[in-house]
Design a protein around this ligand. Sequence first.
Ligand SMILES: [Zn+2]
Length: 84
Amino acid sequence: MRVKCETCGHKALINSRNEIDPKVVDLYCTCTNPECRHYFVAKLTYSHSIAPSQLQAKEAALDYLRGLSNSERQALINQAQIAS
Ligand SMILES: [Zn+2]
């Protein structure tokens, strides 16, 4: 991950991090430009998923299957076996 100094645009190093909550982290950064040496905090936040976690997908599939009758569940299994 790259962080740029917002003052001079040079690369900055992340010195430490402070987790504000599971989706927000403060990054304590120092600019590598010897003429600048800006020390600042950048905020890293979770935004959204592009593809769901495989852990969540499996759990969602199991929840869905549990809600089906035995015959509906068997029909899906048969379709899956035909498709593979
Ligand atoms: Zn700088």
